[in-house]
Design a protein around this ligand. Structure first.
Ligand code: S3P
Length: 442
């Protein structure tokens, strides 16, 4: 999506305080829209995230013949069944969203629908052979451009099942797992997938709630049976996005004396690595009123600022906070000591090479750090402020802006308009807490 160019400036703040309720979770919004399209009957999804990346999913569904309507943040979808997707007239444009592309790949594989999946120049650089190799092993006729998008699916007789798979993912990835789980619904027997780390399990929970036979057999292993009866439609209210809450929680953690409460947030343990990291750094973080909603853990997250100290992040925690490294790095910039991140090479394959770009922009703001292949080390207390660049990465734009809350000089992020991909309300929500945020057209 094209937006007018925007510079975002944030300057030092008095303590932040307040209560917030955020838009629905991005990962769950993608899944709810797509799975509802594959169900039979009408689904109603409350608190759907309306943003750049979920628009890409909805537009693709339209092109696949799926009827939906959005009233505020309530999405109603009329499902066409697992094999009912129509042949689109043109390539499906997934914008910047790898989640859209990889999950649609699984749906097209199951449906046997001929289609091409494409996206922005940034998305075309991201590795897609991690889905197309196992799909090809299942018998899906799919071609790539040197392992990247565009992905072209040839027509396949959907009456003939795909080959069931027994597969170990080379990297922990919920996008890859979700793609293969969808394809496996149309296989000739049960499929087993194993992962090297605990990637988010929203697909497993949502498909199970819709009647699919899917369960975890052992830690990091999931088994799914071919669909015996149509997926039941969804009726649910999505929780708030913990990956958006992360920006406001870190904002509060950066400014001494701050206290915030973010209500109704998804707190699935595969997503809460940042909360553990902030606690280990000394911030006072609590999940209050924990509850289950439509199969997902939900709670209110309270954070009270306290002096931050450096930590070391590695292993499974990396997977459980995979989207939160840009904002975590900001907390590290204001912690006492040297924070280290290891085992995080996967960050190089996100919206940008998040290790290289993050380190480059933090250096521009004066931060002393070391970059490694699989992570970085940040010396706290060295961020000076200044002007930096979003590099077409929504999470980088928002994270860098937060630096202005605690830096000796204001921080301006150029080309910050990209943040509307996932959190269009970022600036107003930050203002609600008392921060001074200026948006300037550039
Ligand atoms: C997502 C999974 C993650 C994450 C992305 C959303 C999902 O990607 O980075 O923002 O909704 O499944 P990987 O699963 O490829 O790590």
């Amino acid at each position: 999506m094209q937006h007018p160019s925007l510079d975002l400036s944030v300057s030092a703040a008095a303590p932040l305080s307040g209560e917030l309720r955020l838009p629905g979770d991005k990962s769950l919004s993608h899944r709810a829209a797509l799975f509802a399209a594959l169900a039979e009957g009408e689904s109603v999804i409350g608190r759907f995230l309306v943003s750049g990346v979920t628009r890409a999913m909805l537009d693709a569904l339209t092109a696949l013949g799926v009827a939906w309507r959005l009233e505020g943040d309530r999405l109603t979808v009329t499902g066409r069944g697992l094999r009912g997707l129509a042949t689109p007239a043109a390539p499906l444009h997934c914008g910047n969203s790898a989640t859209t592309l990889r999950m649609l790949a699984g749906a097209l594989a199951a449906a046997g629908t001929p289609a091409t999946l494409d996206g922005s120049a940034g998305l075309r650089r991201r590795p897609m052979n991690r889905v197309t190799d196992p799909l090809a092993a299942m018998g899906v006729p799919v071609a790539t451009a040197d392992g990247c998008a565009p992905l072209t699916f040839a027509a396949r007789d959907a009456a003939r099942p795909l080959r069931a798979l027994d597969y170990t993912l080379p990297v922990a990835s919920a996008q890859v797992k979700s793609c293969l789980l969808l394809a496996a619904l149309a296989a000739d027997g049960p499929t087993t997938l194993r992962e090297p780390g605990p990637s988010r399990d929203h697909t497993e929970r949502m498909l199970a709630a819709m009647g699919a036979e899917i369960r975890s057999e052992a830690p990091l292993s999931v088994r799914v049976a071919p669909l015996a009866r149509p997926l039941a439609p969804l009726r649910l209210e999505l929780p708030g996005d913990i990956s958006s809450a992360a920006f406001l929680l870190v904002a509060a953690a950066l400014v001494p004396g701050s206290s915030v409460l973010v209500r109704d947030v998804g707190v699935n343990p595969t997503r809460t690595g940042l909360l553990d990291a902030l606690s280990a750094m000394g911030a006072r973080v609590r999940i209050e009123a924990p509850r289950l909603s439509a199969g997902e853990p939900v709670g209110d997250i309270r954070l009270e600022a306290a002096p931050l100290r450096a930590v070391r992040i590695a292993g499974d925690t990396v997977v459980r906070m995979i989207d939160e490294f840009p904002v975590f790095a900001l907390a590290a910039c204001f912690a006492d000591g040297v924070t280290e991140v290891h085992d995080a090479e996967e960050l190089r394959y996100k919206e940008t090479d998040r290790i290289s770009v993050l380190c480059g922009e933090l250096r521009r703001l004066g931060v002393r750090l070391d970059e490694r292949r699989d992570g970085f080390s940040i010396r706290g207390g060295t961020l000076a402020g200044g002007v930096c660049e979003a590099h077409g990465d929504h999470r980088l734009a928002m994270s860098l802006a937060l630096a202005g809350l605690a830096a000796p000089a204001p921080v301006t992020v150029r080309h910050a308009e990209i943040l509307s991909e996932s959190f269009p309300d970022f600036a107003p929500q930050l203002r609600t807490l008392g921060a001074t945020v200026t948006e300037t057209a550039s």
